[in-house]
Design a protein around this ligand. Structure first.
Ligand code: PRP
Length: 540
């Protein structure tokens, strides 16, 4: 019988849904058209090279590749902007003045479909080439807001930042000899994007970053909130002209935006795509917390295609808009805290109690999974410890407490905002006493943490075979399943009692406070307050 199943991460759309989605798309396109944009379409697949240049990086691992009959690698469109930039550079060589284009297209990227990720989604957007004024930037943001409102969403927040602020800062650090290469720049950039404050602190300590720079690095992730306050703060913190100009640029744009728009700023918004070069923005729906659209300025992209003209644009995720139109979710004023049953639960409940947040119904023995505090403002949601990351990433919980080990392994897309200082242990490679590493033999590594193990050994170029197991890992080398293990070591008792010892430490571990990217903005006051209360009770 023919396989009647469709791949994970893609979906059939029935006529009821299609009609609603189509109506939404038409509303969005009408708004774009009224703002003077004309519709174009680029091919569904293009050469891999177009998307594989380091500077215009869509993660190459996230692309769907096809081998052409002549052996060339092609990819299904993983990004809408890059092909349009290619098209403009190729076909509009003689044009002067603004070229205003709009599109409605399917985008394909690999996603963790086991976590409900989509591998094909509809995106509608605009791209404006040839002008780089704050008026153009303001017009693009206004068009984006109008389009979302036309789909029936009134309650939204627009957040702006400027990629040049961070770039200007990095430039300053480079000139001061504070880091050596692109590898370190990438590391800092990725920690900034995830507001990984404990990671940044550790980086500064390990690399002996001067206080003048370390303090800016530590401040940047929390430079978000009301636009005027944030921009004033950012201006005071700026240490060179590029950073000051980035702030001035945002002030100019904000002045031109409709005063009624709910506008906030985040100076650590630096864009997931490397090609952003100026203003960056995102639109959140307040009811669901979903980020439905994002965009910004990418003046340096077209140079790669031999045409040096400025450009800016944005894209709306139609699938997210449609899904948000179905949920009547009221995120309300309750803050949902994901907590893993096990090691970290009791101490976290204790710390919350010290901070005045008490859960009277909670007892260790209870089989209940949800507890509300006395005030009704906080709710603990007990999940399996390995699932804390996914509950927070997907917004089912606003914040969570998770071991750094589990966070590293799950690689959840969340903000890692606080090292809680408890649940301390280390990640280590361990083996039976007297173990000798044989470089001629592939090392067999048993672990509950295959991602961490793989990354650790890849750094030193050692070839390994990973055996994923779910617990009692110490057994594996004792019964010949593996040569070594990668695991957490707290007291060291389990290793000792089983005749094993640490061969190589990997990294320190402790509990982290993580935050859903949208909740940080939509429930800002509550999240910030909880971070403050917990910070006062951590060892930092
Ligand atoms: C963890 C870890 C080690 C042990 C380390 O296992 O995997 O086995 O704790 O702690 P120690 O250094 O204090 O002895 P856990 O207790 O979570 O159980 P599991 O092996 O079933 O996952």
């Amino acid at each position: 019988m023919i396989n009647k199943f469709i791949p994970e991460g893609v979906a059939d759309i029935n006529y009821d849904e299609y009609e609603k989605i189509s109506a939404m798309e038409n509303s969005v396109l009408d708004v774009f058209r009224s703002a003077g944009y004309r519709q174009i379409l680029t091919p569904s697949f293009e050469y891999f090279d177009l998307f594989s240049d380091g500077d215009v990086s869509v993660n190459t691992e996230d692309m769907y590749k096809i081998i052409d009959t002549n052996g060339k690698i092609m990819v299904l469109r993983p990004d809408a902007t890059i092909p349009i930039a290619r098209m403009v550079a190729t076909h509009y060589r003689e044009s002067s003045g603004a070229v205003k284009l709009m599109y409605l297209t399917n985008v394909f990227r690999s996603a963790d479909y086991r976590a409900g990720g989509r591998r094909e989604f509809r995106q509608a957007g605009i791209e404006c080439f040839g002008t780089d004024s704050p008026e153009t930037d303001a017009e693009i943001i206004t068009t984006a807001i109008d389009a979302v409102q036309k789909c029936g969403f009134r309650d939204l927040t627009t957040e702006i930042g400027n990629a040049e602020y961070f770039k200007g800062f990095m430039q300053e650090m480079k000139s001061a000899g504070m880091f050596s290469g692109p590898e370190e720049e990438r590391e800092l950039r990725s920690m900034m994007e995830t507001k990984n404050i404990p990671g940044i602190r550790k980086y500064c300590e390990e690399h002996s970053i001067e206080e003048k720079y370390a303090s800016v690095l530590m401040e940047l992730p929390v430079m978000y909130g009301t636009i005027t306050e944030v921009l004033d703060h950012a201006y005071r913190t700026a240490i060179n002209d590029q950073m000051r100009e980035a702030v001035e640029n945002l002030r100019n744009i904000a002045d031109r935006l409709n005063a009624t728009a709910d506008l906030t700023a985040d100076m650590s918004l630096i864009g997931s795509m490397d090609y952003y070069s100026g203003m960056i923005f995102r639109i959140y729906l307040k009811e669901s917390g979903a980020i439905v659209g994002s965009g910004g300025r990418y003046d340096r992209l077209l140079k790669k295609f031999g045409k040096n003209i400025p450009a800016a644009g944005f894209g709306l995720n139609i699938n997210l808009l449609y899904e948000a139109s179905l949920t009547e979710e009221d995120t309300g004023s309750v803050l949902n805290i994901a907590l893993g049953k096990g090691r970290l639960a009791d101490i976290t409940i204790e710390k919350l109690k010290e901070a005045g947040i008490e859960f009277p119904d909670y007892t260790k023995k209870s089989r209940k999974l949800i507890f509300t505090d006395k005030t009704g403002r906080y709710r603990i949601i007990f999940v399996k410890a390995v699932d804390v990351g996914i509950y927070v990433e997907k917004g089912a919980c606003d914040v969570g407490v998770i071991g750094k080990d589990t966070l590293l392994e799950s690689a959840s897309d969340v903000f890692e905002m606080l090292d809680l200082g408890y649940g301390k242990c280390i990640f280590a490679v361990a083996a039976p006493k007297g173990f000798q590493y044989n470089p001629r033999k592939k090392l067999r590594v048993a672990s509950k943490y295959p991602r961490v193990a793989k990354e650790f050994f890849a750094k030193s170029g050692r070839s390994i075979e990973i055996i994923k197991i779910n617990g009692s890992v110490e057994l594996a080398p004792l019964v010949g399943l593996s040569d070594v293990i990668v695991d957490i070591v707290e007291t060291g008792n389990t290793l000792k009692e089983n005749g094993l010892e640490v061969v190589e430490p990997i990294t320190d571990i402790s509990a982290r406070f993580i935050v859903n990217c949208a909740s940080l903005k939509t429930k800002q006051a509550q999240v910030t307050e909880l971070i403050r209360l917990l910070r006062e009770r951590t060892e930092q």
